[in-house]
Design a protein around this ligand. Structure first.
Ligand code: UD1
Length: 418
């Protein structure tokens, strides 16, 4: 059985390198559908979700190859097959992000409807309403959504909620629309600013990405470009949680403190010392952390993707912390696994009340999704005995060699593939 085995070890020490952001990479790959030509992407993480997005692009006629350990070369043809099949969307619901670029470049798109996932339903109504406002029309049939847009026309779109995916889908359609599009209440994640920077270099005219109001002046033509992806703030957060749990002093090379302000502040309140240094982030943790309350919010708030890491940290902190999930209903499934490790956690609706104990107790646990899986691995650093995390392929969707990177910091973490 594939598994990650964690045993208690010494405090962490050394330097670890953070990779390129998964959630920027997937969107930049989708954006390549906007113009034919060659794209060379750098700082591309070696993770399963990137492979899945590669498969999505290959199905459309794009030639995708790894041209270096962290480099991807995409050759986008003039003619695309504008369809994302079910077997790929089912593997990764973020595949829906091809909808906007396909409508903009082909005028049609046929994309399998994503189902829910482990943490509840994930609707795409805001994506569709935004694209409709630009002139697209949709029909759902046989599990697919079929979109058409003879001409996309710029308009003002006010999002009901700052959805990351909806903002990106609308943005990628708007760059080729006629006239000006204004996206209000846009999501502000750094990965959206990275996508906009990529689009700008392709010839798009986007201002305000990374703020709540994005202006897009549509252009007739875009061209292929090269791009280096921003670092992954969730991977960086995972190393911060690791040092919070195992204690020690580490340097996270490549991490951008300016993308993680609120997280750094919260972990500081818990007693960690984190400071930006040249080329990365230095983090130090000695002694037991203090409990705090945490509520997830769209950026710049505490990301929902950090939440399992906080629950793990609070499970051994001094005091009681309340964690509130404001984005995804029911994203607490991994709590049962932490409870198996001795954690004292009660969940009620979208709240988890975590009462810190001294040490967790190593146990066999199952990774339910990417982030919760990573949280279980780092929780094992604060557990007596052996923690065996099964279904590690969920972790591989978003982390390149998590076990190896933690081991390089002195942790006793091994990956077994049977
Ligand atoms: C992205 C990230 C994910 C992260 C999330 C929130 C990627 C590949 N994934 O997901 O890791 O956890 O942002 O930071 O980038 N919603 C609707 N209707 C819609 C769209 C969204 O109701 O049309 C709701 C969702 O159900 C959820 C909330 O809006 O409650 C936020 O979702 P959204 O920001 O869209 O997340 P994703 O883009 O799917």
């Amino acid at each position: 059985m594939d598994r990650i085995v964690v045993r208690p070890g010494p405090p962490l020490a050394g330097t670890v390198q953070v990779g390129g952001a998964k959630n920027a990479c997937l969107k930049v790959m989708a954006a390549s559908l906007l113009a034919p030509g060659r794209y060379v992407l750098d700082n591309v993480p070696r993770i399963i979700d990137v492979e899945t997005m590669s498969d999505v692009l290959v199905a459309m006629g794009v030639d995708v190859r790894r041209s270096g350990p962290h480099q991807l070369t995409l050759d986008v043809p003039e003619e695309l097959t504008p369809e994302a099949p079910y077997e790929l969307v089912e593997r990764m619901r973020a595949s829906i992000i091809v909808l906007g670029p396909l409508l903009a470049s082909c005028g049609v798109a046929r994309v399998a409807l994503p189902g829910g996932d482990d943490f509840g339903p994930r609707p795409i109504d805001m994506h569709l309403r935004g694209l409709e406002a630009l002139g697209a029309s949709f029909e759902a049939a046989h599990g697919y959504i079929e979109g058409r847009a003879e001409q996309l026309t710029g308009t003002r779109i006010l999002l009901e909620f700052p959805s990351v995916g909806a903002t990106e889908n609308i943005l990628m359609a708007a760059v080729r629309a006629k006239g000006v599009t204004v996206i209000d209440n846009a999501a502000r994640e750094p990965e959206i600013a990275d996508l906009a920077a990529f689009l700008d270099r392709m010839g798009a005219r986007v201002t305000g990405a990374g703020t709540s109001t994005i202006h897009v002046e549509g252009v007739e033509e875009l061209a292929s470009v090269d791009h280096t992806l921003v670092p992954d703030r969730v991977e960086a957060a995972t190393f911060l949680a690791a040092v919070g749990l195992a204690r020690g002093e580490i340097f996270i090379e490549g991490a951008r403190a300016d993308h993680m302000d609120m997280l750094v502040q919260k972990l500081g309140e818990m007693g960690m010392r984190i400071s930006p240094a040249s080329g990365g982030l230095w983090a130090y943790s000695r002694g037991r952390l203090r409990a705090v309350d945490v509520a997830t919010l769209p950026y710049p708030g505490i990301a929902t993707d950090y939440k399992p890491l906080f629950v793990a940290l609070l499970s051994v902190a001094d005091g009681v912390g309340i964690v509130t999930e404001n984005l995804f209903a029911g994203r607490f499934r991994y709590v049962d696994e932490l409870t198996r490790m001795g954690a004292d956690i009660r969940t009620e609706g979208n709240h988890a009340v975590v009462r810190g104990i001294d040490r967790l107790s190593g146990a066999p646990v199952r990774a339910p999704d990417i982030r919760a899986g990573a949280a279980l691995v780092v929780a094992g650093l604060a557990a007596d005995g052996e923690t065996v995390v099964t279904d590690p392929q969920h972790v591989d969707r978003g982390y390149e060699n998590l076990a190896g990177k933690l081991s390089s910091l002195g942790a006793d973490v091994s990956r077994f593939n049977d």
